[in-house]
Design a protein around this ligand. Structure first.
Ligand code: SF4
Length: 675
């Protein structure tokens, strides 16, 4: 048996694992004891991540729709068809009639080539990743306020934190090994503060749990800043040396009031005050928040960063900002420019200088107008603007909670899907291209702490599938480009030329350690564990004053509950990798036995008051529609809130009436069905 160090490709923790092989089969996975991100621990998904490659459901040969049916064809026929159809659509409708979506699970190499294909060959900035509608808010805010669109520290630095704030993420379920770091820090004496609407496992362990009303984070952070300012706990030397716009921020902070915030957030004023004082007084304090689907608005992220700057809890051991990325390469796909307004390395597409520096490398004129994001692709497509859609490992029909992917695909002249499996989107595509799986190619991913690391090839792919990056390369050549990448290592070398903070991240360098955290440059090949430490150049951080939100004028008599969409352990059963891993499918489907048609979570006290029992039918009524579901009665959700897991898609559509994903918070009324 042989074994090789690689990276778990399930979530943004990016744990180091070994894959064990016998012949051309992976026979086991186990954790790396010395990997800095997981230090010998992995979760159930990591133990079984390798099973996906041996799934009997994998696609084998390219499929092309003929007479309404998908039929197996040769690679030459499939790629030739795509090239001809793309050329034809671009000539008739222009480059912006073609859009490209990928999954935040795609590797850095295939993402880089996909967005390069869109920009340099087709001539459009219509590129986005599946989570762009949510996490791009965080990217934009961080770029503006601290100049770096990523976490500032390392996961294992949490062991040195005196205070940790975890906001809006159920770490035990979403990023389990990071949850482990937090719990171990707590056992060593770190003060743990959780801000969330749900009482999850990490919240149960918190010294302070601020179970806020959904959507009130801005008031909470504003009030915390007010407490810190009133007590004179601002870090003035840090602010003076490193920050601008402090005066206008302080002016706005005066609008916040602790007691009013307590009423708006639904938590005791003493708890807000205690959280603020603990954070400001700590020698080192880390702040973790979700960038994901919890639909944070820009202002709530601005309020978080303001608090970090006010206290100077950045750039030192155990402190920093952790914008957590749930999918394994959410950070990487953004770094690679899979955003409609940003080139690789986050340069704006509107910048003449940025485009001019890439054009010689890509030998093409680049488009200067920001493209459509994923939500607009799926919505504008319905109105006939988007004629062709290319989906790389992405399944908008099953996973997009906005727009109408089915209607787009019905009207599109071309849909290309690159995937391992026959997804709901692939079923409706014109061409389906089978890709290689984890362990069958050497590619890189970037985890939530900026760690660029290799997922190694340990077995040969089966006959038939082709690596997604090779599919792109061959199609590009059919369209006249002189793309010549003998390996993913060559793609990474070009990434190093396009993205300055990846310039030292050659595959050879990544293989020498447990990957490298960017910036990883030729001068700094070992990477950077913690950003903004001395002797780094003085940063130029920026406060952004956040106006105090106006109290919501919701009709609480007609709609006394707030419906939120969120994660549930049950949600994972829908994950495509879990569906095709035998062990994980069994584990996660077990959870659904109690609620085979899905459920809505309601607080135990609310259920009792309304006479609702666990498993009974309930009716949800909103201004836009109504739906019937099954109640899951749990103390986890906050009183006054009902939570719909993401996988119950039809419920969301029935209640919202339309589905543009505009508001993640919906006022509803809850009744016993038949009452
Ligand atoms: S925490 Fe994430 S990266 Fe680590 S083993 Fe589990 S799924 Fe894999």
């Amino acid at each position: 048996m042989a074994r090789k160090l690689t990276t778990c490709t399930f979530c943004g923790a990016g744990c180091g694992i070994y894959l064990e092989t016998a012949g051309n089969r992976v026979v086991g996975a186990y954790p790396s004891m010395s990997h800095p991100s997981n230090a010998g621990r992995i979760c159930v998904r990591g133990w079984h991540v390798h099973e996906v490659a041996s799934s009997p459901d994998r696609l084998k040969w390219p499929l092309l729709r003929k007479n309404g049916k998908l039929e197996e064809v040769t690679w030459d026929e499939a790629l030739g068809f795509i090239a001809d159809r793309l050329r034809n659509i671009r000539d008739r409708h222009g480059p912006d009639s073609i859009a490209f979506l990928n999954s935040p699970r795609c590797s850095n190499e295939e993402t880089y080539l996909l967005q390069k294909f869109a920009r340099a060959i087709i001539g459009t900035n219509n590129v986005d990743h599946g989570a762009g509608v949510y996490c791009n808010n965080s990217i934009h805010v961080l770029l503006e306020m601290i100049g770096i669109p990523a976490g500032t520290s390392s996961i294992n630095e949490l062991a040195q934190s005196e205070v940790i704030i975890v906001d809006g993420i159920d770490l035990a379920r979403q990023l389990p090994t990071i949850g482990g770091w937090v719990l171990r820090a707590k056992l060593k004496g770190c003060r743990l503060i959780v801000i969330d609407t749900r009482r999850h496992r990490i919240a149960e362990n918190a010294e302070l749990f601020l179970q806020i009303k959904p959507g009130t984070e801005i008031s909470l952070y504003g009030a915390m800043a007010k407490v810190i300012v009133d007590r004179g706990l601002m870090n003035l030397p840090f602010i003076k040396a490193h920050c601008r716009d402090y005066a206008s921020f302080i002016e706005r902070v005066g609008d916040y009031d602790l007691l009013q915030a307590a009423a708006e957030c639904g938590v005791p004023a003493e708890a807000i005050e205690a959280a603020a004082l603990a954070y400001a007084r700590a020698g080192s304090a880390a702040l973790l928040y979700s960038t994901g689907i919890e639909a944070r608005h820009n202002e709530s992220i601005q309020a978080i960063v303001n608090l970090v700057l006010l206290t100077g809890q950045i750039g030192k051991a155990g402190s920093g900002l952790f914008p957590l990325t749930e999918q394994n390469n959410l950070q990487g796909v953004c770094d690679m420019g899979m955003m409609p307004d940003r080139l690789p390395g986050y340069q704006p597409v509107t910048s003449d200088r940025a485009r001019a520096s890439l054009e010689p490398l890509w030998k093409a004129r680049l488009p200067s107008t920001p493209g459509l994001d994923a939500r607009r692709v799926l919505a504008d497509g319905v109105r006939g603007k988007v004629k062709a859609l290319w989906c790389c490992r992405c399944d908008p029909v099953s996973t997009a909670i906005f727009g109408d992917a089915v209607r787009l695909l019905e009207t599109a002249e071309l849909t290309v899907v690159q995937h391992l499996f026959m997804t709901d989107t692939a079923r409706r595509a014109h061409v389906v291209l089978p890709t290689t799986a984890f362990g069958e190619e050497r590619v890189s991913f970037t985890n939530t702490e900026r760690r660029i690391q290799l997922a190694e090839q340990v077995i040969d792919p089966p006959a038939g599938p082709m690596a997604a990056w090779e599919q792109l390369t061959k199609t590009a050549r059919l369209l006249g480009a002189d793309w010549n990448y003998p390996s993913t290592g060559a793609v990474m070398d070009e990434i190093g030329e396009a993205v300055s903070f990846y310039s030292g991240a050659s595959h050879e360098n990544l293989a020498r350690g447990y990957g490298r955290q960017w910036p990883c440059t030729k001068d700094r090949p070992l990477g950077t564990r913690v950003l903004f430490t001395d002797p780094a150049p003085a940063p130029n951080f920026k406060f952004i004053p956040v106006p105090r939100p106006r109290p919501c004028a919701a009709d609480v008599d007609a709609f006394p509950f707030t419906m939120v969409f969120g994660h549930s352990l049950y949600y994972w059963h829908q994950n495509i990798l879990i569906q095709h891993s035998e062990t994980l499918k069994r584990e996660y489907r077990l959870l659904l036995l109690d609620y085979p048609e899905g459920f809505v979570e309601i607080n135990t006290d609310d259920a009792q008051r309304l006479g609702i029992r666990d498993g009974s039918k309930i009716r949800l009524k909103a201004a836009g529609g109504a739906a019937v579901s099954v109640a899951r009665v749990t103390p986890e959700v906050r009183s006054g809130t009902v939570m719909v897991p993401y996988f119950v898609r039809q419920l969301e559509r029935q209640i919202l009436g339309t589905n543009d994903g505009a508001s993640p918070l919906v006022p509803v009324r809850v009744e016993k069905e038949g009452a």
